[in-house]
Design a protein around this ligand. Structure first.
Ligand code: GDP
Ligand code: MG
Length: 661
């Protein structure tokens, strides 16, 4: 059996085996190609492609994967040639790596307009440009700020230059690559309705100036696109290579083992090795590496034709002639497995089918994501409004809340995990225990011995000595009293600081100011309290208590009844030490209460009051926004979430209205 017989047999056993079917298809196909039913087709496909383009313009591809066609292939496999043939526009070409950023090509068939193109990309202004541009150290920590650059032009010959410039800006001059998307929208009566993304070609050997791992970098970038289930992978493979082992096809197979979303384009059929036609035909007929979407063979302009400046229109005719005159591949025309035109129609239909299929799921996903983002935003929302009035009101609100917290803390209402009054009471108990430990029996044989006797006759006691013994003993309490004061101060400062952190969580400037304020107030109050303690001990230097109190304690100690009626005759030497003990007991009881009361008053109550007033003075600060400047990660997160929310909301609206139309 001759090869042409085989081919005929293959073709007649293909999808269009029945003559009726075939002619019906051929008619439709023919008229589509001549643009007769194209307008009818357009009505049904354009809206879908437009919807996805709109969603991508909204930026939703940052949040979700969109139905897309990406073009991948080894370097010089003919990617650009295919895209050129599809778009009718010369794209940057040359040897080595030419496509250095993902290039989204939006082709829009607009009847009756002059050729027009819009190039958009996000111009980087931060310090994140790979090679070009001065890098300011201060910008490195900042978010890279994007601003969109848009260039409109009406001369197809400018495409190359503008794309190259955009690439230079995004990936740096030279040979580096970038993940940033460049969008080229082309409106013309002569293009098909299609959006596809061109990716850098796979290389193995770095050229001069390229990082060692350029091959890896490119593969990583390609993988980022082709791994998504929403992507149709268009794999460009030259016929004159070992098709089955090309890197691009291998990558596509890895992410889509069943070949459901992979379409292969076989280029350069005119450069084929004589004798391999049969094998190649078998591949196109999907018997070697089966792909659900199959294979299409195209013949683009060769280098010679480019050098001869053969117009794309003529090239299309030459392509047709090539297939018609090729004994092996002629059959592919009938099977709709050859020519760029056929590819364009198939791609458009595939893309639209794909969009139709994924739309409900996409809608669901957007709604789900929207809900999540709203929730996440709530967690870090309540940020300060941008306008001055709003910001001021916001400041009042958070200051009031802070004051309320301080108030409940100081009045002992706040029951937090670390209850202030529990901590204070523990310190007070320590103080009380300490005081009790300083009590002792005043043994007359010690201090009241003969050694200390004055001019009095035996049997008389010296009141001055009595006073001196007590004064000395009480004075020793002053230092521990100051220790107590400091311990209390530390506890209170810590608790106040906790409230500051909690209330002004995201506002570091406000936090610092309030913490400083608290420290200043406490310093002042500490001085006052020290002064007051010092005075207290000066007073204690005078031995004083009310008679009934003294007698009551004395009775308790001695188990004898002393009454005021006996005064002043019970001055008996035997009760001298008891009287000392009784008086000291009174001092202990007095200071056990007095000091905590005093310290709490100065360090907590008064501090809280002064703080409330001082904090409100912050409202007089001229720069409210400065005061409310947030910790960078919080504001960044909120900004991102808000942007995401806007995108999702817009996208949800687009899809809803599309589905209800
Ligand atoms: P890319 O690196 O994948 O974008 O490859 P190009 O589109 O730049 O093509 C590489 C070279 O192959 C160019 O010189 C093209 O003219 C040439 N080429 C592409 N397709 C064909 C084809 O079908 N036939 C012939 N003869 N040459 C082709
Ligand atoms: Mg190229």
């Amino acid at each position: 059996m001759s090869i042409s017989d085989t081919v005929n047999k293959m073709s007649s056993s293909g999808a269009f085996s029945s003559p009726d079917q075939r002619s019906a298809y051929d008619d439709e196909n023919e008229s589509q190609m001549n643009g007769e039913v194209h307008s009818h087709l357009e009505k049904s496909i354009r809206p879908y492609i437009d919807l996805i383009d709109t969603l991508r313009s909204i930026g939703i591809h940052k949040d979700l994967a969109l139905p897309t066609i990406v073009v991948i292939g080894d370097q010089s496999s003919g990617k650009s040639s295919v895209l050129e043939a599809l778009s009718g526009v010369a794209l940057p070409r040359g040897t080595g790596i030419v496509t250095r950023c993902p290039l989204e090509l939006r082709l829009k068939k607009v009847p009756g307009v002059n050729w027009k193109a819009v190039l958009t990309y996000n111009k980087k202004t931060g310090g994140f440009v790979n090679f070009a541009g001065p890098i300011k150290a201060s910008k490195m920590v900042a978010q890279p700020t994007h601003n969109e650059k848009k260039i409109e032009f009406a001369d197809p010959s400018l495409v190359e230059q503008h794309v190259a410039e955009a690439q230079n800006e995004l990936a740096g001059k030279g040979v580096g690559i970038s993940d940033e998307l460049i969008t080229l929208e082309i409106m013309s009566p002569d293009v098909c309705d299609l959006t596809l993304i061109d990716l850098p070609g796979i290389t193995r050997v770095p050229v001069e100036g390229q990082p060692e791992d350029i091959g890896k970098q490119i593969k990583r970038l390609i993988l980022k696109f082709i791994i998504k289930h929403e992507t149709i992978n268009l794999v460009v493979v030259p016929c004159n290579t070992d098709i089955a082992t090309t890197e691009a096809l291998k990558m596509a197979q890895e992410v889509d083992p069943a070949g459901i979303r992979t379409l292969a384009i076989l280029t350069k059929p005119d450069l084929i090795d004589k004798g391999t036609e049969k094998n190649i035909l078998a591949i196109v007929h999907n018997t070697v590496i089966p792909l659900r979407k199959g294979y299409i063979m195209v013949k683009c302009r060769g280098q010679q034709q480019i050098d001869d400046e053969i117009p794309l229109k003529d090239a299309a005719q030459m392509e047709r002639d090539f297939f018609q005159n090729n004994d092996y591949f002629r059959c592919l025309l009938e099977e709709n497995k050859a020519t760029v035109k056929c590819l364009a129609i198939k791609l458009t239909q595939d893309l639209v089918d794909h969009i139709k299929k994924s739309l409900p799921q996409l809608h669901e996903e957007i709604k789900k994501k929207l809900w999540n983002v709203k929730r996440a935003l709530k967690d870090c929302e309540d940020g300060p409004p941008e306008d001055l009035k709003g910001a001021k009101e916001f400041l009042i609100k958070i200051l009031n809340r802070f004051n309320e917290q301080i108030k409940s803390l100081s009045s002992g209402e706040l029951v937090s995990e670390k209850n202030l009054f529990v901590e204070l009471r523990a310190e007070f108990k320590k103080w009380n225990d300490y005081l009790n430990s300083t009590k002792k029996s005043f043994n007359p044989s010690n201090k009241l011995s003969q050694k200390n006797r004055g001019r009095e006759l035996p049997g008389f006691s010296n009141y001055r000595l009595f006073e001196k013994i007590l004064q000395d003993h009480v004075a020793k309490l002053k230092e521990p009293a100051n220790d107590l004061l400091n311990a209390i101060k530390d506890i209170i400062i810590k608790q106040f600081a906790d409230i500051v952190s909690e209330c002004f969580q995201n506002y570091h400037i406000l936090q610092n100011i309030t913490k400083d304020t608290i420290n200043n107030i406490q310093l002042n109050q500490l001085e006052k309290a020290e002064q007051r303690i010092s005075e207290q001990f000066k007073m204690e230097n005078r031995i004083f208590t009310q008679d009934p109190i003294f007698l009551k304690i004395l009775s308790e100690i001695t188990n004898e009844i002393y009454s005021e009626k006996e005064l002043p005759v019970f001055d008996k030497r035997c009760t001298y030490s008891h009287m000392l003990e009784a008086y000291y007991e009174i001092v202990v009881q007095r200071t056990a209460d007095q000091l905590p009361l005093m310290i709490t008053f100065y360090m907590l109550q008064e501090t809280a009051q002064i703080l409330s007033t001082d904090v409100m003075k912050l409202l007089e600060q001229p720069d409210v926004h400065e005061l409310l400047s947030e910790n960078s990660d919080v504001s960044r997160k909120r900004k991102e979430l808000r942007a995401c929310l806007n995108r999702l909301t817009a996208a949800a609206k687009e899809i809803s209205s599309f589905l209800t139309d």
